[in-house]
Design a protein around this ligand. Structure first.
Ligand SMILES: C[S@@+](CC[C@H](N)C(=O)[O-])C[C@H]1O[C@@H](n2cnc3c(N)ncnc32)[C@H](O)[C@@H]1O
Length: 294
């Protein structure tokens, strides 16, 4: 909280926007993401006036209409960030397009990571025709919309609690011309979600530090066999390329819920590490109930 206050003071105590005066000298930060038409700087170089940096980032790419800076890490169960516009149009809403699929995003109100784009595609590539898929912690819907647009799923059910993310998710569904039969959106806490349906595949991109949520997800797994994609944050373990504690958590969680489990693979789920040697990873596991397997 203290850090966030300091960062905000830093931003708002700045002098009015100055003309860019450091011709021939690059102020562009080494780390920023482009989300739709917004450049989001994550690690501003405090050595230069922030608005000069914003101007130069915008000048580097004509498609960028807004330059914003993240002043505090994501926090809370909704994984929201403190984001401030430093140059360009005064807005944080945008439409991001990846693999031809649109996602409506509000950078200050919902979680969204461009760095998981390849992971979203990886999961789509595993899907078989006619699957029913449950996406828990669906956010503003990048994965749910991609599944509907890029695969032959029978339907996707997306569960999310943050009302702002739900609003973006509904706009994303409309932007991709998907109907409610193909993409059902449920605004609910995952812990309270109920349905009589079972699913062939369940995605669990849970927020950090809030529990495994395997006990919430597994009751909806097709007992004759289903895939789960369980996301974790971990350091590389001793096992060859594996992440030992994540594997064990999935195996134990399945056992506690009465499911057999075969961990098929564990992959890095994000292009870059999050913190020192910490990775977002995904455990892909096949789960089934012993007496109901096909
Ligand atoms: C790590 S983000 C993942 C979002 C999305 N899957 C994506 O990749 O863009 C976690 C999401 O879960 C939502 N969330 C957190 N706790 C929740 C809960 N108990 N029930 C439903 N959604 C929750 C947050 O609002 C956030 O959108």
């Amino acid at each position: 909280m203290k850090g966030r206050k300091l960062a905000c003071c830093f931003l708002f105590c700045l002098p009015p926007l100055r003309r860019f005066s450091t011709v021939g000298f690059s102020l562009r930060p080494s780390s920023y993401d482009i989300i739709g038409d917004i450049a989001l700087i994550k690690t501003p170089d405090m050595g230069a006036p922030i608005r000069d940096i914003g101007e130069q980032v915008m000048a580097s790419n004509r498609k960028i209409k807004v330059c914003a800076v993240k002043t505090a890490p994501m926090e809370g169960p909704f994984r929201q960030s403190q984001v401030h516009v430093i140059a360009g149009e005064d807005r944080l809403e945008t439409t991001h397009k990846e693999w031809g699929v649109k996602t409506k995003v509000h950078l200050g109100k919902v979680f969204f990571s461009v760095r998981m784009s390849a992971e979203r595609k990886r999961v789509c590539d595993l899907v078989q025709p006619k699957e029913k898929i449950l996406v828990l912690f669906a956010g503003c819907g990048p994965q749910s919309c991609m599944l509907c647009k890029l695969t032959e799923v029978s339907r996707v059910v997306a569960v999310e609690k943050n009302p702002d993310a739900i609003a973006c998710l509904k706009m994303s569904r409309d932007a991709n011309k998907l109907g409610p039969d193909r993409l059902r959106i449920v605004q609910q806490d995952v812990r309270e979600f109920k349905t009589l349906e079972t699913f062939d595949r369940i995605l669990i991109p849970r927020p950090k530090g809030e529990g495994s949520f395997l006990d919430c997800a597994l009751p909806f797994a097709e007992p004759r066999g289903a895939w789960i994609h369980w996301y974790d944050f971990s350091e590389p373990g001793g096992e060859s390329g594996g992440f030992v504690s994540s594997r064990k958590e999935v195996e134990d969680g399945c056992m506690d819920s009465g499911f057999q489990c075969r961990v098929e693979r564990i992959v890095k789920a994000s292009k870059t590490s999050i913190g020192k040697r910490k990775y977002r990873l995904c455990v892909d596991a096949f789960v089934w109930k012993e007496d109901e397997s096909i």
